[in-house]
Design a protein around this ligand. Structure first.
Ligand code: PMP
Ligand code: GLN
Length: 380
């Protein structure tokens, strides 16, 4: 393993999901639903395979039907218009979009300011690009970004801001005012922005506001989303990028040499999914709001300090009230103590002191599974 990837041997999700399987525990660690997305969308994927649509290499930028559906989605939900030919790129999940964008836009030695705790692939991809990450720390209990702190982190080497809203793992949803502050700094310092909005349809307080919709942002922003979270098919790995033609062309160049194309038949199915009626998205949100409250109340009853998330399908807690201080140690022992798996947020921080006692729980699970997990946790 080279120096850039030193210490990044295995992701926390792989470690904790393996532990869940080995111990037969309830897995509230890695974020994946235990119920698949809509039956008609699964059928659309099966039909595409059986009728020979997408079984051979689809076009590199993604099939035209899906690129059109992405532009319709951005227009319908946010009033953003994109050209499906030059301003949309289909990727192998948001993960590839993040990697391709960072590899395409960064020079070695550039600095990237990323909100921490950060989704683990950010750190690895910034490192693979030979750039340096500079954390903007979100601190408990509010987990709000401090814009004065952000301003102070900007140096002549800063090239890019990496934003994530709704934010994994804290559940913070950036307000219009916070987004305006970020946008103003990006414009003032002529920075590029990558915004990871994969949880755009999982917002429980307020609304999701895409950063690209703010003044001055369209031309400097690469927006990323994914079918995994919105349609509960995380295994399909269909994501997308929207942005100005030069930025999308750059990301496409990198993507060509990472995977060349993404799985064909799933692209047809995701095109159908993006055109589901609004009621689908409303139900997704309502179901997850109920699950959030179920788990939040259970975790509070079990003694955790609960930071109720505004979005995503994760709850961050603090284990200090249970007499615990080390989240990593706590999560490694939790399966044998009570048959539940969770994720220690500390691995998402450079500033490890800020996250040492935080533990994250996924609530994209059946209500009875959440209830059983809570019963087990109350015995701690
Ligand atoms: N970004 C964030 C913030 C995520 O939580 C995830 C899913 N774990 C991804 C990106 C990756 O999405 P995908 O599965 O589409 O690659
Ligand atoms: N995004 C999911 C999470 O944060 C899973 C990611 C993964 O397994 N790489 O849990």
């Amino acid at each position: 393993l080279n120096r850039r990837l030193a210490g990044m041997g295995s992701t926390i999700f792989a470690e904790m999901s393996a532990l869940a399987v080995a111990t037969g525990s309830i897995n509230l660690g890695q974020g994946f639903p235990d119920t698949d997305g809509p039956r008609e969308i699964a059928e659309a994927a099966a039909n595409a395979v059986l009728t020979g649509r997408g079984n051979q290499y689809p076009p590199g930028p993604g099939i035209p039907e899906l690129r059109a559906a992405v532009t319709e989605h951005q227009q319908h939900w946010y009033g953003l218009s994109y050209d499906p030919d030059t301003e949309v790129l289909i990727t192998a999940g948001a993960t590839e979009a993040i990697a391709a964008a960072l590899l395409a836009l960064l020079e070695p030695g550039d600095e990237v300011i990323a909100m921490e705790p950060f989704y683990d692939s950010y750190a690895a991809c910034i490192a693979m690009a030979g750039a340096t990450r500079v954390p903007l720390t979100l601190r408990a209990p509010g987990f709000r970004p401090d814009l004065d702190e952000l301003r102070a982190l900007i140096t002549p080497r800063t090239r890019l801001l990496l934003i994530n809203t709704p934010h994994n793992p804290t559940g913070t949803v950036l307000t219009p005012e916070e987004l305006r502050g970020i946008a103003e700094l990006a414009c003032e310092h002529d920075l590029l922005v990558i915004t990871d909005e994969v949880y755009e349809h999982l917002v429980f307080a307020g609304a999701h506001h895409p950063l690209a919709a703010l003044p001055g942002m369209r031309e400097r922003t690469v927006s990323i989303s994914s079918a995994g979270k919105t349609f509960s098919f995380t295994g399909w790995k269909v994501g997308w990028v929207t942005g100005a033609p030069e930025l999308v062309a750059a990301v496409r160049t990198a993507k060509q040499y990472l995977t060349f194309v993404s799985a064909g038949p799933f692209q047809y199915a995701v095109a159908d999914a993006l055109r589901l009626p609004d009621s689908y998205f409303d139900t997704l949100r309502a179901d997850h709001l109920r699950k959030r409250d179920l788990l939040a109340e259970g975790l509070a009853a079990a003694g955790f300090e609960v930071f109720r998330p505004e979005g995503t399908y994760f709850i961050t807690t603090d284990i200090t009230p249970l007499g615990e201080t080390d989240g990593l140690e706590f999560c490694r022992k939790l399966p044998e103590r009570c048959g539940v798996v969770a994720i220690p947020n500390v691995v998402f921080y450079d500033n490890t002191e800020a996250g040492r006692s935080q533990v994250r729980w996924a609530f994209c699970k059946r209500d009875d599974v959440l209830a059983e997990a809570v019963t087990r946790l109350r015995r701690l």
